[in-house]
Design a protein around this ligand. Structure first.
Ligand code: C2O
Length: 518
């Protein structure tokens, strides 16, 4: 094998198709999904990118009612009208990853059929085209949208099907990366468990989301869904801010391809080995509907999509995640003041569920917190958890919950969440960073007309920070300070920050910020 171009071999695909329908050809070559930035670095407007633009052009020209049109495909994700195919995307659920894998699979087949039919694509590209992925976590420029998606015209001077007006990142701005950035899957990959179990104030969502039934809306995220999935939706902006329109942006599919790749990266980790759910509720009982290249109804289940090579005939060109090691530092050895930078992934060393210990509310804000796109600060007085009144009773775990996050319209602003940033030294704020709140999906979870109006909930396990603060005497039960700072992109030369986002963002708010002890 000499290059990533090579077809890996022929295998027999096993997509689950409704009996009676024409099956895909029995022999299907395994395709390789590649990194868009590597392709574009080789050659701007790489043949793979051009072919994708051609597929999108063809799909846009189709009638909205044609299941193979871009409009219909986007409608499967979110749409005002509902039938069994439309408006079915799974969010804040353990079906989030498999559902989007299926969604990409059928979309990619539809793209490929369009590419095959086009006289404008060369034969080699036709023979091995696969959807590329956008890995935004390899430093600048990978954390910007590739120029081929931002140019208003193609190299031939035609309108560029990959361009979408209204994205916040069409100016070439770069998403913050690095340990506290919005592009990094480090914290997600460090999760040991696929699902965070049943909902509850101590459920952090695991890697892949909480156990739910068919679930289109609010609640808590799995870690990968929160960062980088939701945060990248938020930074890109435009169509990417709403379920109903996200699939209309060609970059959406490359973003999800990367999320799909990261699931594979997670799955390949060892020590401890990571396992996908094996419950029938996940593997077989929940059936999802899609449309194939001829527009016919096809169904799939999560258990049918866990092996991309053998079940779906595709692989990724590489599976490396961010390079990180979780050093073993016993919790009682956390050094005293000043709080050292916490090693990446450290917070998750302690993520294993504690023994059956009651979860108790220690304190909460009393008023909703408005999110206007600026920094907000709120304070919580603790001491409400009766089991921990006695100073010798230390909680095993401390959770910060940001609850009932709602929005009046599509908005994807991302906030970095901090606990107890010192008033006199903001330069060390990264040490107090506990995670991100992204408003992507908040509007959908707030719609009184819909079935998902609980708002979004974010649960951060802040146990390690709690212990470090406690050691250094900076944990004050009467005054816990929580700060939310909007994430700001940089210009692509890395220096300046872009200004505030549009001043007329839809109103958004947090119902309550609370702290639970366990
Ligand atoms: Cu179903 Cu990135 O969204």
């Amino acid at each position: 094998m000499n290059s990533g171009e090579q077809i890996l071999g022929s295998i027999r695909p096993r997509p689950e198709v409704v009996p009676g329908l024409k099956l895909p050809p029995l022999k299907q070559a395994v395709r390789i999904r590649r990194d868009i930035w590597k392709l574009e670095e080789q050659q701007e407007w790489h043949p793979v990118t051009r072919a994708y633009a051609e597929a999108i052009r063809i799909m846009k020209a189709r009638q909205d009612t044609d299941p193979t049109s871009l409009a219909y495909q986007a409608g499967i994700h979110g749409h005002a009208q509902t039938d069994q195919w439309l408006n079915t995307c799974q969010h804040r659920s353990w079906y989030f990853l498999p559902w989007h894998r299926m969604y990409l699979y059928w979309f990619e087949l539809i793209c490929r059929a369009a590419i095959k039919s086009s006289p404008n694509v060369d034969d080699k590209t036709k023979s091995n085209w696969a959807l590329p992925y956008w890995n935004y976590d390899r430093g600048t420029p990978t954390n910007t949208i590739p120029p081929a998606f931002r140019a208003e015209t193609t190299p031939d001077g035609d309108p560029n099907p990959l361009f979408v007006p209204g994205r916040l990142m069409n100016d070439g701005s770069a998403m913050p990366d690095g340990p506290e950035g919005v592009t990094t899957p480090t914290a997600a990959l460090a999760k040991h468990h696929f699902t965070g179990g049943d909902a509850g104030p101590a459920n952090t969502g695991g890697f892949g989301g909480p156990q739910t039934g068919f679930h289109h809306g609010g609640g808590i995220n799995g870690a990968l869904e929160n960062v980088p999935h939701n945060t990248v939706h938020g930074e890109v902006g435009g169509f990417m801010w709403a379920f109903d329109t996200a699939g209309l942006d060609p970059i959406f599919w490359l973003h999800h391809c990367n999320i799909d790749r990261l699931w594979e990266v997670w799955d390949r980790q060892t020590n401890p080995s990571r396992e996908n759910p094996t419950d029938a509720a996940w593997t077989t009982n929940q059936v999802f509907h899609f449309r194939n290249t001829s527009g016919a109804d096809v169904t799939q289940t999560s258990g049918g999509v866990v092996d991309t090579k053998n079940q779906l005939s595709y692989v990724y060109d590489q599976f490396s995640g961010p390079v990180f090691k979780i050093p073993f530092i016993p919790i009682f050895k956390i050094p005293r003041l000043p709080i050292p930078p916490r090693p990446e992934g450290f917070a998750d060393m302690t993520e294993e569920p504690p023994a059956d210990r009651p979860v108790e509310l220690a304190g909460a804000t009393e008023e909703p917190v408005r999110l206007s796109g600026d920094t907000v600060e709120t304070q919580i007085s603790l001491g409400g958890a009766t089991a921990f009144r006695d100073a010798s009773a230390e909680p095993d775990r401390v959770y910060l919950n940001v609850e009932q996050v709602t929005a009046e319209g599509p908005v994807g602003t991302n906030y970095s969440v901090y606990v107890n940033i010192p008033d006199d030294d903001e330069t060390t704020e990264d040490n107090y960073h506990v995670g991100h709140v992204s408003l992507f999906g908040a509007a959908e979870a707030s719609d009184p007309e819909s079935d998902h109006q609980e708002g979004l909930r974010f649960v951060f396990d802040i146990t390690d920070l709690y212990r470090a603060l406690k050691e250094s005497g900076a944990w004050d039960e009467s005054r816990l300070k929580v700060t939310l700072k909007p994430v700001r992109r940089r210009t692509s030369d890395g220096a300046a920050f872009t200004g505030a986002e549009s001043p007329q963002l839809p109103a958004a708010s947090i119902g309550r910020v609370s702290v639970f002890y366990q």
